[in-house]
Design a protein around this ligand. Sequence first.
Ligand code: ATP
Ligand code: ZN
Length: 284
Amino acid sequence: MVLKIAIQKSGRLNEDSMKLLKECGIDIANGVNKLKAEANNFPLEVYFLRDDDIPQYVEDGVADIGFVGENVVYEKNKKVQVVEQLGFGKCRLSIAVARNEEYNDVNFLHGKRIATSYPVIVKKFMQERGVEAEIHEISGSVEIAPGIGLAHAICDLVSSGSTLFMNGLKEVETILRSQAVLIKSIGFTEEKQRLLDKLLFRIKAVKKAKNNKYVLLNAPDDKLDEIIRLLPGMKSPSVLPLAQSGWSSVHSVLNENDFWDIIEKLKEAGAQGILVVPIEKMIV
Ligand code: ATP
Ligand code: ZN
C-alpha cells in the first residue's frame, strides 16, 4: 500500500513542495522529465502534474492527496477536502484597475468587463456583492487586458504587486488570501488514513519548527526570575549554572511572532550573549 501524492510539475509550488517532503525525511529519486517518482524510505508515490489538474486527480482518486494553492482548490470546486495549510505559495487574488481610474468601491465594477483566469471565484464574489459584471475568462497574461482594451478590470494573483505596477494597474479589492494546502480525496481507507496521519505528523513538526527558534542566553542569577518570566519555553526554560559563579545559562523556545519583542525585554532585564538557533523539527 502506498500513498499517492500529486504536486506541481514545474512552477511556483514545485520547489517548496519537494523541499517540504525532503524536510519530512522523505527521499525522492529525481529523474529528468519525470511524471512519477517513488520515495525510497516512505510508502509514497509522487505524481508531477499541472496545478490546475491536481484537484480533479484527487477527486477521482488517481492521487490520494495533493499539494496545491487554495486559489485552485476554490476555483475548481471539486469534491476534495482541505486538510492542512502548508505555509508556502502565499499570494492573494485581487481585482485591479488602471491607475488613473477613480475607484471608490465594488460598484465601480457594475456593467464593466473583468478579465480573469478565476471565473468561478470572481462570479461568486460579484454575486455576493450584488454587482453585475461581465466576466471574461482568459488563461494567461491577464494583466495586459486593460491596456489593450480587452477589459476594464482584471482579477489575478498578486504577491508583491510589481507586475500590476509595471502594467499601470492598481489593486483595489482582495478577494482571497491563498497559500498551498494539502488536499485529500473523500473516500479514504483506514490504511491510507494511517499513512496520511504519519505524513501529517511530520509536516506539522516541520511547520512548527519553522515558526520557532531555540534561544540560549546568559543571565546574572539575581535577574533569573525576571528573565524566566519572559520566556515561555516548551514546558519551561532550562537553567544551567555557568562555570563563573553568579551566572546561569538559560535555554528556551520562542515563537517567531513575539520573538523581537521578547528579545528586547530580555536585554533590558540583563540577559547577555543571546544566541538564536533554528530548530529543525519540533514535536510537542
Ligand atoms: P501550471 O503549469 O502548473 O498550470 P501555473 O502557471 O498555473 O502552473 P504558477 O504561476 O506556477 O502556476 O503558480 C502556481 C501557484 O502558486 C498559484 O496557483 C498560486 O497558488 C501560487 N502563487 C504564489 N504566488 C504567486 C504569484 N505571485 N503569482 C501567481 N501564483 C502565485
Ligand atoms: Zn496552472
